[in-house]
Design a protein around this ligand. Structure first.
Ligand code: IVH
Length: 701
């Protein structure tokens, strides 16, 4: 044996260790991405004179099977796949294997199994193990949804080894982990580990209780006349075996590249985790000619996508306070790059969620970020715990103002800061919400402005103490403000390159003159004074009053005066309002500082009523759709269905959800289904989106 470089020994030891944890203990001690990098490094060093060394893990597949299950020797070896990470790598592979057609399919992040059918009857199932010998998991495999115990149809081969991937759908994984924790068990770090752990149970009844799925992607022993991989899939599907609906047979290399890009774009829509695309030479004779290396077929390649999962440290769990005072735990992480962006925080939604995920402060956790989707902690790597980890305890005081965190009612699972008026976090969040698209849509009133206006470095300089102060802001008040920059999701200060808290003169330029933002903010506020009444109502952050309820209230009453002058019963009567909401509006108005908001807004020139509105009650009587029940169905082209419904309400009509003989007319777009059929059956008038819009005098927002 040559004298091996130290790094080779080190890499081999690390890889063996990680493989053992992964295949035998269902634990990912490092992310797949980091693991692939180690393997690639080892391969590069070995390339010179150690290629094919049987002592190296790079010449082998998986890990020797554990001792819990009986060994099964595979009829034909179960191979791995070689990886490429970019189009150059893929092009080099295509050049080696020659022209298409190529079969492309998702690379499923699960665990490989081999199932043997004798004369159509399932007789044996095994994990991959080291490729030659796997573990006998027959009893467990019989419990996997969709795996036939007896093949359908006829002309079954005397013997066939079907190969495929067993996995969990993401949603099933989350439920499973929550259940395991509840029962005091050890959570899985990610869906792949949980699939492996669930399939490799000593008691098949446990496996049966877990919604594992399988997709078939090849075969081992099988004397068949078929000539293509795609032909094989069609035959296997006819026998009732689960095959992917996502495979495509493509003629050219360009088509393959397109497939790779397209699946990557739609990756988040796939129900289970995928870590790339597998590209295979479709012609079986060509496959045979190309053959295998010691560990992988030459006729197939895996194009690996950038990682969506990384391991990182959970440094702390803190809570942030939202606009309604709700305390939301979030994870503070050792910063990592995942799916192209740096992640430092991840929401944990609520205390139950923290418990359901089974994470402890100090854990190494698996973090997942799928494309634009917000980052999520999947679970802890339990095997890396050293005993110093601590459970999260929900604080009982607000981190920003020290007031008590309490549930609002007995049923409430959320804790809320009770200091609505003065809590700096609640005020900041409410003011930022006023600026958001959902409310008054004030471009210059984003999170940074809202912070500067409510939580400046010198609190005495804060020009906004409550919403009452918003519309009377003046340039004199804005100019001197110095402010920290806070993270919008967590409320934590951001830091500059030197690690100091970032402080900005947000409204003043270096020469002391007003900044563009300051000028824009005051101009934007002027315009916001005439926003529709429902938007102003949304801006008040009254609990339960979102756009739909606000539109209904504004439409029915026509002014703030009429809304807050109404009794609870009068409010509750309005379509789309109801008792909970009515109660919430009444309670809001009981507080003096809330009343003061309305007084101040009026004094500042805010339009407190809808111009031309005839007043409460009679509201709908003279409007275009008064007394009409209108249903919208199918997809709309120039706006969303919700926007069409809002227009119906704004014009005095009722946007109903089902068609009846009382329906005035149905607005139907492409894809309309049962509602259209019903309307036609009842003789209800059906009109298009264009017809509907043409009825309106002018579009308002
Ligand atoms: S074909 C001869 N197709 O990925 C081996 N494998 O990293 C041919 N995998 O061992 C394998 N999805 O367990 C193939 N669509 C797919 C796959 C797939 C996932 C697994 C398989 C393989 C591993 C290699």
């Amino acid at each position: 044996m040559p004298n091996l470089p130290e790094r080779v020994l080190e890499l081999r030891a690390l890889i063996e260790n990680y493989r053992n944890a992964y295949y035998n203990e269902n634990q990912s001690l490092i992310s797949d991405y980091e693991y692939d990098k180690l393997e690639a490094e080892l391969k590069t060093i070995e390339e010179q004179d150690l290629k094919g060394d049987p002592n190296s893990p790079t010449s082998r597949v998986g890990s020797a099977a554990g001792s819990v299950f009986d060994p099964v020797v595979h009829g034909e070896k179960m191979m791995s796949l070689d990886n490429v990470f970019d189009s150059d790598g893929l092009r080099a592979w295509a050049a080696r294997v020659g022209d298409g057609p190529y079969l492309c399919e998702p690379k499923i992040d699960g665990l490989a199994v081999s199932i043997t059918y004798q004369d159509g009857v399932l007789v044996r199932a095994a994990t991959r193990g080291d490729g030659e010998t796997g573990e006998d998991i027959t009893e467990n495999a019989l419990t996997i949804q969709g795996v036939p115990h007896q093949l359908l149809g006829e002309s079954h081969p005397e013997l066939i080894e079907v190969r495929g991937e067993v996995f969990f759908e993401l949603a099933d994984f989350a439920k499973l982990n929550a259940g395991i924790i509840k029962d005091g068990g050890k959570p899985f770090a990610n869906p792949r580990n949980s699939a492996s752990g669930s399939l490799r149970q000593k008691d098949p009844a446990v496996t049966a209780s877990r919604p594992l799925k399988m997709l078939v992607h090849g075969f081992g022993v099988w004397k068949s006349e078929l000539t293509s991989q795609s032909g094989v899939y069609q035959q296997l599907a006819k026998w009732g075996l689960p095959t992917t609906s996502r495979y495509e047979v493509l003629a050219t290399f360009e088509d393959v590249l397109n497939y790779v890009t397209e699946l990557s774009t739609n990756r988040a829509e796939v129900e289970h985790e995928i870590d790339g695309v597998v590209i295979k030479v479709d012609d079986l004779a060509a496959q045979k000619q190309l053959g295998f290396t010691s560990r992988a077929p030459r006729w197939a390649i895996a194009y690996k996508y950038p990682p969506e999962q990384v391991n990182t440290r959970l440094l702390d769990i803190r809570v942030s306070i939202g606009r309604t005072g709700r305390a939301t735990p979030f994870a503070v992480l050792a910063p990592v790059t995942v799916a192209g962006s740096e992640v430092e925080f991840a929401t944990l939604h609520n205390q139950e969620q923290v418990e359901a995920k089974g994470v402890l402060i100090g854990d190494t956790v698996v973090l997942r970020k799928a494309g634009d989707v917000i980052p999520e902690i999947l679970g802890p790597v339990v095997d890396l715990r050293d005993g110093s980890e601590k459970a999260f305890v929900m604080p009982d005081i607000c981190p920003e103002c020290g007031a008590a965190l309490l549930p609002t009612s007995e049923k409430d699972v959320d804790l809320r800061c009770q200091n609505a008026k003065d809590c700096p976090a609640q005020l900041r969040e409410r003011i930022a919400y006023i600026g958001s698209r959902a409310a008054l849509d004030i471009e210059a009133l984003g999170y940074v402005s809202a912070t500067a206006l409510t939580n400046p470095v010198f609190p005495d300089e804060a020009p906004i103490r409550t919403e009452a102060d918003l519309f009377s802001l003046s340039m004199d008040q804005l100019l001197p403000i110095r402010s920290k920059v806070l993270d919008a999701d967590t409320g934590l200060p951001k830091h500059d390159a030197d690690g100091n808290e970032k402080i900005v003169d947000y409204f003043q330029k270096k020469d002391g003159t007003p900044s563009e933002t300051a000028i824009k903010l005051l101009a934007n506020l002027e315009i916001a004074k005439t926003r529709p009444l429902w938007r102003l109502l949304v801006a008040l952050s009254i609990r339960h009053v979102g756009p739909v309820a606000a539109r209904a209230l504004a439409d029915n009453f026509g002014s703030f005066e009429a809304i807050f002058g109404a009794t609870e019963a009068e409010l509750a009567q309005v379509d789309g309002v109801g008792p909970t909401l009515a109660n919430s509006v009444i309670s809001w108005f009981e507080l003096d500082w809330h009343k003061q908001i309305l007084v101040s807004w009026q004094l500042a020139g805010v339009q407190m009523a809808t111009p031309g509105h005839p007043g409460p009650g009679v509201a709908s009587a003279e409007r275009l759709f008064s007394g009409l029940s209108i249903v919208v169905t199918g997809s709309m082209e120039s706006m969303t269905r919700e926007q069409i419904e809002a227009l119906i309400i704004e014009n005095g009509g009722k946007a109903a959800s089902s068609v009846s003989k009382n329906t005035a007319f149905l607005v139907a777009g492409p894809g309309a289904g049962s509602k259209l059929t019903k309307a036609e059956g009842l003789g209800v008038l059906v009109i298009s989106e264009q017809d509907f819009l043409a009825k309106l005098p002018a579009l308002s927002n």
